[in-house]
Design a protein. Structure first.
Length: 497
C-alpha cells in the first residue's frame, strides 16, 4: 500500500494504491484521497471529508491541526482598499479589556482564526459561510493574516473551542479577572431565553410558551446586576421548565468560582424547592411570587384594599407605585413580602380584565370583581430592604432582558446554524464573548448619543489602503474622530506590515 500522486493544472492530487489479490493475480485498486494541501504532513482535502490528515503507516484518518492554514488561492485578487476603522477599534478595545486574557486562555492553535471569528460575530453577525468574504474585504486580513475561515474549517474551529474543558478554562479566567477588576460577580441575575431552532439535534425540543408552540433550545445566562455584564451561560433542551434549572445553574456557578451572594429571579423560578435551596445555601434573593400561590392571595386580600394611601407611596421615576413591607415566614424561614400597587398597570390590566370577563360572563358585576387585582404584585426577599430601593433593585432584571436582545440581534446568537452539540457550544461561546463586548461598549457609551451599532457603522466608513510594506489609513472625518476620542484612542497614519 502506497500513495501515488497525480499533478493537474489546479494542483497536486493523491490516491491510495492498495494491492488486492484476485485469484492468482494481484491487482492494484486506487482510492482517491483528494487534493494535497501539505504533502510532508499528510494533509488533504476532499469533498467528502473536507480538510483532513491521513497516516499511511497506521492507515488512519484524522483532523487537520488547528494552526494549519491552506495555501492561498493565488487566482483571487487581493483588495487594495478595505474597511479599517471598525476592526482597528475593536482589536484595541478587546486588548484593553478583561476579555483579552480570557480569550488567550482558550489556547486555540490558530489565534488569528479565533480573533477573526470573534470580530466577525461583533461586526457582521451574518452566516459563517460569509466570514472569509468579510475578512478579505477588511483590515482584519492584515491584522490576522493566518486566519483560516473556509466553511469546513470554521465548523472544526467551533467544535474545538466548544470543548467542555476549554469552556471551563475560559470561564475560570474570565470570572477571576472580573472580580480582580472590582466587578462583583456574587450579585447576579438569572434568566433564560428560547433559541428557535429547526435543526434536528438532541437539544431541540418543542416548547409551549404562553400558547406559542416552537422548536427551540433553552439558553440560560447569569448576569452581573449593576453592570449587566454576562458572567456565565449554560443550556438545556427546549422543553425543560425554567424552574428546574436554577439549582443546577447555581451549582455550576459555584464550581466556576462564583460566590453567589444575592440573586434577582423572575417569577418563573419560584418553586418550593428553589426557595428552600436559596435559604439553605444562604443566598439572599428577591423574586416575584406567582399569583396562583395561596400566600399571594392571602396577602392580596389583607393588604390590597389599604395599599392606595400616601403612607405607602414611593418615588420611582415615571411610575406611581404604592408599597408596603410585611414580615412573614416562607417555608419556615424569615422573609419579607413587599406588596405593591402599580397605578399605571392597574389601569391597563383592569381594562383588559373587565372586557375579557364581559366577553365570557356577560355580567358587569363579575367583570368588576376581575378588575380588583389589576396592578397588584408581591415581591419576596430574604432580607429587609429599604422601600425606596425595592423597585430599582428588582427592575435590574431588565439588564438580562437587554443582554438577550443584544445577543439575538447584534451578536449572531440567532439563527442557529449548527448541527451537533460540539459546534453549538462553540457558537454559544462566540456569541457570549460578542455580547460581553457589546455590553461593555454600551456601558461606556451610555452618556453619549452613540450606540455600539452606530459606533461600528461610523468607524467602518474609514478605509485604508494596502501597500506592499505598510498600510496607509484614510483621513478620519469628524464623526470617526469623535468615536476614537470617547475611548482615548488615536488613529495612526501608517501601520507597517
Amino acid at each position: 500500500m502506497f500513495i501515488s500522486y497525480d499533478k493537474k493544472p489546479n494542483g497536486l492530487y493523491a490516491n491510495l494504491a492498495i494491492s488486492v489479490r484476485n485469484g492468482q493475480k494481484v491487482i492494484k485498486e486506487y482510492q482517491h484521497l483528494g487534493k494535497v494541501l501539505d504533502k510532508d504532513n499528510g494533509i488533504y482535502q476532499s469533498r467528502e471529508r473536507g480538510v483532513f490528515t491521513y497516516d499511511l503507516e497506521s492507515n488512519s484518518f484524522g483532523k487537520a491541526p488547528e494552526d494549519f492554514v491552506p495555501p492561498l488561492n493565488n487566482s483571487r485578487k487581493e483588495k487594495l482598499i478595505v474597511d479599517f476603522g471598525d476592526i482597528y477599534f475593536l482589536d484595541k478595545f478587546i486588548n484593553n479589556s478583561v476579555l483579552c486574557e480570557s480569550i488567550d486562555s482558550l489556547g486555540y492553535g490558530n489565534p488569528d482564526t479565533l480573533k477573526s471569528m470573534i470580530s466577525y460575530y461583533c461586526l457582521a453577525s451574518s452566516a459563517n459561510c460569509y466570514a472569509e468574504n468579510w475578512w478579505s474585504g477588511s483590515y482584519a486580513h492584515i491584522l490576522y493574516p493566518k486566519a483560516n475561515l473556509t466553511s469546513q474549517r470554521i465548523s472544526d474551529f467551533l467544535s474545538s473551542i466548544g470543548d467542555e474543558s476549554r469552556l471551563r478554562i475560559f470561564f475560570d479566567k474570565y470570572i477571576k479577572l472580573l472580580d480582580a477588576n472590582g466587578i462583583n460577580t456574587g450579585n447576579i441575575l438569572i434568566d433564560s431565553s428560547g433559541l428557535h431552532n429547526s435543526i434536528r439535534f438532541p437539544l431541540t425540543a418543542i416548547r409551549n410558551h404562553n400558547g406559542e408552540i416552537s422548536d427551540e433550545v433553552r439558553l440560560i445566562y447569569a448576569v452581573q446586576q449593576n453592570t449587566g455584564l454576562p458572567i456565565y451561560f449554560r443550556y438545556c433542551p427546549g422543553n425543560v421548565i425554567d424552574a428546574t434549572t436554577l439549582i443546577r445553574c447555581l451549582a455550576e456557578l459555584k464550581e466556576q468560582g462564583v460566590n453567589t451572594k444575592f440573586a434577582i429571579l423572575d417569577a418563573g423560578y419560584y418553586t418550593d424547592a428553589n426557595i428552600k435551596e436559596l435559604f439553605e445555601s444562604k443566598i439572599s434573593f428577591i423574586t416575584r411570587m406567582p399569583e396562583n400561590r395561596s400566600l399571594y392571595k392571602d396577602l392580596a386580600i389583607k393588604y390590597g384594599p389599604i395599599l392606595y394611601n400616601r403612607d405607602n407611596a414611593i418615588d420611582y421615576p415615571g411610575r406611581i407605585i404604592f408599597l408596603k413591607t410585611v414580615k412573614c415566614k416562607l417555608h419556615g424561614y424569615n422573609a419579607y413580602a413587599y406588596i405593591g400597587f402599580d397605578y399605571d398597570r392597574n389601569y391597563k390590566e383592569s381594562k383588559v380584565s373587565f372586557f375579557k370577563s364581559m366577553d365570557k360572563q356577560r355580567n358587569a358585576k363579575v367583570a368588576f370583581d376581575a378588575m380588583q387585582n389589576g396592578g397588584l404584585f408581591v415581591l419576596f426577599s430574604s432580607r429587609r430592604l429599604a422601600r425606596n430601593k425595592v423597585m430599582p433593585l428588582y427592575y435590574q432584571r431588565q439588564n438580562i432582558e437587554q443582554i438577550f436582545d443584544i445577543g439575538k440581534n447584534y451578536a449572531g446568537m440567532l439563527p442557529l446554524r449548527v448541527h451537533n452539540e460540539d459546534t453549538f457550544r462553540g457558537h454559544l461561546l462566540l456569541t457570549f464573548i460578542a455580547t460581553v463586548v457589546m455590553r461593555m461598549l454600551q456601558n461606556q457609551l451610555h452618556e453619549t448619543e452613540i450606540t455600539p451599532l452606530s459606533l461600528f457603522m461610523i468607524l467602518r466608513n474609514q478605509k485604508c489602503k494596502i501597500y506592499e510594506s505598510q498600510v496607509i489609513t484614510c483621513e478620519p472625518v469628524k464623526k470617526v474622530n469623535d468615536c476614537y476620542k470617547i475611548f482615548g484612542y488615536s488613529c495612526p497614519i501608517t501601520i507597517p506590515i
